[in-house]
Design a protein around this ligand. Structure first.
Ligand SMILES: NC(=O)c1ccc[n+]([C@@H]2O[C@H](COP(=O)([O-])OP(=O)(O)OC[C@H]3O[C@@H](n4cnc5c(N)ncnc54)[C@H](O)[C@@H]3O)[C@@H](O)[C@H]2O)c1
Length: 585
């Protein structure tokens, strides 16, 4: 069974073949045509199509020689880009005769779609194009040319890098061998390879036609690759807005291939995903969101998606939840994600502060932002929050467990109540967040990222911070363990470890073992110290986004935190000495 069950099917005749075309959703809505790659059939889009069908008229077809479409005879010369363009136009005319369609292509589906959007005869028939893992052969040809004609060490490195990733293209050009391999052992092992190497859940959909699809599809390469790479067209400009989605872990294509794409596609929106090649199967939620956003923007006459802050390519449209978002580092982090076009859930126990963060996030650029009032140490409240967020906003893509409180004082001055308070918020708050939202991420099976705010105090002992330091060291170790556990599921985990950051934490931090007046005095003194240090929370927020983009494990922020981190590894004795120094309070 596939998710395409229930789709309306028709056959479209064109150029001596019969194409199997499936339709979902309301035909009065804008039409989105999904074109599959090699070696796939239209079923590769099942999960994406099901999600898009609520909003759009979704059309999928088996490319000639694949799935339930017939193959041309003879095969040689039957798969040229000209013929594939004829097929696309025949499908578009059948399913949407009066309105241009929105085109989406993956792998070879994208390679051929580049042809569709750069030739004259399709002008007015295509409204937009979303491309993933499949470059234009013309652009690729020019990319190679440029590097051969003006080789610099960097360019040669890029050529060699892509050359190594293209090993299968050379093999597919050999006669008979690919056909034998696909009809033999490779065909049998393919679902296992997809599951193990590409992390496609269950290896994908039934692949009864795989051996013949893959054998036919070899002609896509043979009919097109060499001629186009040798003589790329000079006028291969896209006449529609293009959204480029680049999976950063693609084993077959280097991201460098798209470096100069703006020259060929002037109305370009870039998106990146920490995923492997088969994104229609591994990241259907994210693709459906980005396609919806892009198609809707194009229909509304906005060719871009609005967000253009740093990392908008990565976080645009993603759902990000930040705890302790009412002030300081949490608020700055919420703003940084908002600027990158993410949808933001601002969680804080201070309702007014959370509401203000959400309101400002919308002004800054978040397409949506919500405030939630929750005490992160309250297990039941967190459970309700997780259920509400999943039901109303969706599964969180990035979770930032940032809420925390300060507590200073010697070990013997720290009462069991003090310990409980600081561990409840700083450690249990993080545990609840990871457990509840992390499980939703893992169950969705489409990756994500968890950021936990620890502190330099996690690796820098101090006689003044036994409880706080212990809570943060626990957060650091929790993050490392969870990172190991979730790595296989494409979920990254980061511990952020700031040093002294100029926030309001100094005004609320507790000082154990002193009366109220003395506590006030110490709070003011610490606030002056942090003010004089003046390290802005915005810089921590930048580090958070960078850490997610690069999937970093432990990120000390501020020079003193980086210094302490180095010393904890290479000169722990010095740190231990420093830990004994009495604080000047
Ligand atoms: N400021 C620093 O120098 C520094 C250094 C290292 C680590 N940190 C850590 O960074 C995080 C953020 O600190 P900050 O400096 O921005 O502090 P802050 O006091 O400016 O902001 C913390 C926010 O968290 C909220 N909060 C506190 N307890 C909560 C709870 N139980 N439930 C929900 N919300 C709660 C507060 O209402 C506040 O809005 C904390 O985990 C802190 O330990 C801060």
């Amino acid at each position: 069974m596939t998710v395409l069950d229930g789709a309306r099917e028709r056959r479209v005749r064109t150029g001596g073949v019969e194409l199997c075309v499936a339709e979902l959703g309301d035909p009065h809505q804008p039409t989105v045509v999904l074109v599959h790659g090699y070696p796939d059939s239209k079923e590769v889009w099942s999960e994406v199509a099901a999600r898009l069908a609520d909003t759009f008229h979704v059309v999928l077809y088996d490319v000639r020689g694949h799935g339930r479409s017939t193959a041309p005879s003879p095969l040689r010369g039957g798969f040229t880009l000209e013929k594939l363009t004829d097929d696309f136009l025949a499908v578009a005319d059948a399913v949407s005769p009066d309105r241009p369609v929105h085109l989406v292509g993956h792998d070879w589906g994208s390679v051929q779609s580049w042809e569709f959007v750069t030739v004259k005869r399709t002008e007015g028939r295509i409204a937009s194009f979303t491309s993933m893992s499949g470059p234009s052969l013309d652009h690729f040809g020019h990319w190679i040319d440029k590097r051969l004609k003006r080789p610099t060490p960097r360019r040669v490195g890029q050529l060699l890098g892509q050359g190594a990733k293209s090993w299968y293209v050379y093999l597919l050009h050999t006669p008979v061998l690919p056909e034998l391999a696909w009809r033999g052992p490779l065909g049998k092992r393919w679902p296992g390879i997809l599951e193990r190497v590409e992390k496609v859940p269950g290896g994908g959909y039934p692949t009864a036609s795989l051996p013949s699809d893959a054998a036919h599809g070899a002609w896509l390469y043979r009919d097109n690759v060499r001629p186009r790479l040798r003589r790329p067209r000079e006028d291969a400009y896209a006449h529609v807005p293009v959204q480029l989605i680049t999976p950063l872990g693609d084993a077959f294509l280097s991201e460098r291939l798209y470096d100069d794409l703006e020259l060929w596609a002037p109305r370009l929106t870039r998106r990146t995903l920490p995923a492997k090649h088969w994104v229609p199967r591994t990241r259907p939620d994210r693709l459906a969101d980005w396609i919806t956003e892009f198609v809707t923007a194009t229909e509304d006459g906005r060719s871009g998606t609005g967000a253009n802050g740093k990392h908008a390519d990565r976080f645009g449209g993603q759902l990000v939840l930040v705890t302790g978002a009412g002030n300081g580092i949490g608020r700055a982090t919420a703003f940084a994600f908002a600027e990158a076009g993410a949808r933001v859930v601002a969680v804080d126990r201070d309702a007014e502060a959370a509401a203000r963060t959400a309101e400002l996030s919308r002004l800054i650029g978040a397409p949506a932002a919500w405030a939630e009032t929750v005490d992160v140490s309250d297990e039941q409240a967190m459970e309700k929050l997780a259920a509400r967020v999943a039901a109303e906003y969706g599964v969180v893509d990035v979770l930032v467990n940032n809420a925390g409180i300060g507590l200073s004082g010697s070990f013997f001055d720290t009462t069991p109540e003090d310990w409980k308070k600081v561990l409840d918020v700083n450690l249990w708050g993080v545990i609840h967040g990871c457990r509840l939202f992390g499980r939703q991420m893992a169950e969705r099976g489409q990756g994500g990222h968890i950021v936990n705010t620890a502190s330099a105090a996690a690796f820098q002992p101090s006689r003044a911070l036994p409880a706080y330091g212990t809570s943060k060291a626990a957060v650091l170790m929790l993050s490392e363990c969870l990172r190991a556990e979730l790595a296989d599921q494409g979920i990254g985990v980061t511990a952020i470890c700031p040093g002294l950051v100029n926030t309001n934490i100094t005004a609320t931090a507790r000082f154990a073992g002193v009366d109220a007046a003395e506590e006030k005095r110490r709070q003011q003194r610490t606030a002056r110290l942090y003010g004089a240090r003046n390290y802005p929370p915005e810089k921590v927020a930048d580090a958070v986004l960078e850490a997610v983009v690069h999937n970093r494990a432990v990120v000390p922020v501020t020079p003193e935190a980086r210094g302490a981190h180095l010393m904890s590894r290479f000169a722990p004795r010095v740190l231990r000495r420093l830990a004994r120094v009495k604080p000047p309070l």
